[in-house]
Design a protein around this ligand. Structure first.
Ligand code: NAP
Ligand code: MG
Length: 501
């Protein structure tokens, strides 16, 4: 696809949407026949009518997953064959990269350039990486005495659910499905209500790659109904979730009330970016800091929404960031020049604008942005916004906004910076900027977060685990080989060597 607005619009107009649930290898209507509308957040108009599944559809999907698991068509396949299928799957995603990128762009309002250069390449790489790991992990023999042999092996859990957010629709599917499928589980996915289209297409490509029927199922619809049904299901062994801390908390109680299924939670964040007095070149820091908070419209759990900067650097850094913010062009997500698309839906835009209003009311000062924009398009756009003079007790300093809104704080000593940075119930990511390697190491270890980046904004890559401390997460991690552990059971096979037989 050529990278200009005319070409992306033409390609988008040609896309055929998959709108039914995907159960046991087939697209099927919801048993009730009901549908709901998925909206294009850049226009406010209906994009597609999607199957509105209910508990009966969840039961059907779980039964299909269970059958495939019991038959062993995937779980018992030799690892090298599972690897081959998953590599083929990754190749097919790459082959359909433009189409899948456009689906996320239309459905979630994500800038097409981000979809093409980040979300989709990351998705392909994620599946390839987990595929390659399948036949390279060895199991263990315990150091027993001479009369015994004890094998310590890992086995797939069985039927695993994945409940996904709307902010990185295909990429979050990959972060969950890569390790779930690599370890031999059968899966039921529940994409976010707003963004099911790319995940439905993904399921179809998985079948084309040779994944057996029933191993990957997708149910679409309302999370409070079918997400909850999945979590309460007596025949589901685990659910992995990315989304709000509030819903994550509910999932733990669903598990407690049902079969004590394993729950893996990736939740919100209110992530600090700490700029110490000896930070590197401030032009560079300004670019990184803006990227951290404005990337993906700030609809990002790892968004660096709190800038904690040394008092002596604040004015200079802020002036540079205001300049850099102007390069964050808000516009049609199909336009390759756009860096900030719309908020996911009207109610979310209103929530973000409500936070901006509360910041003003509580006495913080808007230095750039602060308003809805491009209203005539019908889309839900918000300007990139920076607040100065923020106090740590203000609502905008404490709650996850999930929009392009930055709060700026100052400090005088390293100890104050660390206290401010850790003053949050969350602990997902953090950044620290300094020229001194000793300081970098000391501060990185003092920050209570699952990923700390030094002199950049980063979530690491596929080789590094991703997840949160404190109320940002619960049990397990996405990405890396560590993600395989949470989708497997550890089994001991203890053998007595009987003499004389
Ligand atoms: P959410 O309500 O937590 O939704 C995440 C997923 O959970 C969706 O698939 C949702 O389905 C499903 N769900 C909702 N209620 C459920 C329930 N009772 N049981 C099981 N599953 C359920 O997040 P949201 O409404 O999309 O966004 C709200 C806030 O969450 C955001 O403003 C942001 O602060 C945070 N968030 C964080 C992340 C992250 O990456 N950590 C991602 C997205 C949102 P439906 O789509 O059908 O409701
Ligand atoms: Mg949508």
């Amino acid at each position: 696809m050529k990278l200009d607005l005319k070409a992306t619009r033409a390609a988008a107009a040609k896309i055929k949407f998959r709108t039914k649930a995907f159960i046991d290898g087939k697209f099927v209507k919801a048993q009730s026949g009901r549908t709901y509308d998925s909206i294009n957040p850049a226009t406010g108009r209906v994009l597609a009518s999607i199957a509105a599944c209910d508990e009966a559809d969840v039961d059907k999907a779980v039964a299909a997953a269970r059958r495939s698991f019991e038959k062993g068509v995937w779980a018992k396949r030799p690892p090298s064959e599972r690897k081959r299928v998953l590599l083929q799957f990754a190749d097919l995603i790459e082959k359909h990269l433009d189409e899948l990128a456009l689906l996320d762009c239309l459905d979630a309002g994500k800038p097409i350039t981000d979809c093409l250069t980040m979300d989709l390449p990351d998705t392909v790489h994620c599946f390839r990486w987990h595929a390659e790991a399948v036949d390279k992990e060895y199991e263990r023999v315990a150091p027993t005495g001479p009369d015994n042999v004890a094998l310590i092996v890992r086995e797939p859990l069985g039927v695993v659910g994945a409940i996904l957010p709307w902010n990185f629709p295909i990429q979050m599917a990959a972060w969950k499905l890569g390790p779930m499928l690599a370890t031999g589980n059968s899966v039921v996915v529940k994409p976010a209500r707003q963004t099911s289209l790319s995940v439905l297409r993904l399921a179809e490509l998985a079948m084309e790659a040779g994944l057996p029927e029933g191993v990957l199922n997708v149910v679409t619809g309302d999370g409070s109904r079918i997400g909850a049904a999945l979590c309460r299901h007596m025949d589901v062994d685990a659910v992995a979730f990315t989304g709000s801390t509030e819903v994550g908390r509910q999932l733990l109680s669903y598990s407690a009330e049902s079969n004590l299924k394993r729950i893996v939670l990736e939740l919100g964040g209110k992530n600090p970016q700490v700029v110490l007095e000896d930070a590197p070149d401030l032009d560079y820091v300004a670019i990184q800091a803006c990227n951290s908070v404005f990337w993906n419209m700030g609809e990002n759990c790892s968004s660096g929404s709190r800038l904690i900067v040394h008092r002596k650097l604040k004015e200079r850094l802020l002036a540079k960031m205001i300049e850099v913010s102007r390069e964050w062009i808000v516009g049609d997500p199909l336009d390759p020049k756009t860096r900030i698309g719309p908020m996911i839906e009207r109610s979310h835009m209103e929530k973000v604008l409500g936070y901006i209003e509360s910041g003003r009311k509580e006495g913080a000062r808007v230095v750039i942005g602060g308003k809805r924009t491009l209203e005539r398009t019908g889309g839900f756009f918000v300007e990139p916004t920076i607040f100065d003079d923020v106090r740590p007790t203000m609502t905008i300093a404490r709650e996850e906004i999930f929009g392009p809104v930055l709060s700026v704080f100052t400090f005088d000593t390293e100890a104050q910076a660390i206290t401010l940075a850790n003053d949050t119930p969350y602990g997902l990511t953090a950044s620290v900027y300094t020229r001194n390697v000793n300081t970098a190491h000391r501060v990185a270890r003092a920050l209570r977060a699952g990923t700390v980046s030094v002199n950049c904004f980063s979530e690491g890559d596929i080789t590094t685990p991703f997840g949160g401390f404190k109320q940002s997460g619960f049990f397990g991690r996405d990405k890396s080989i560590f993600a395989h552990h949470q989708y497997t059971e550890l089994k001991t096979v203890w053998m007595q060597l009987v003499q004389g037989t």
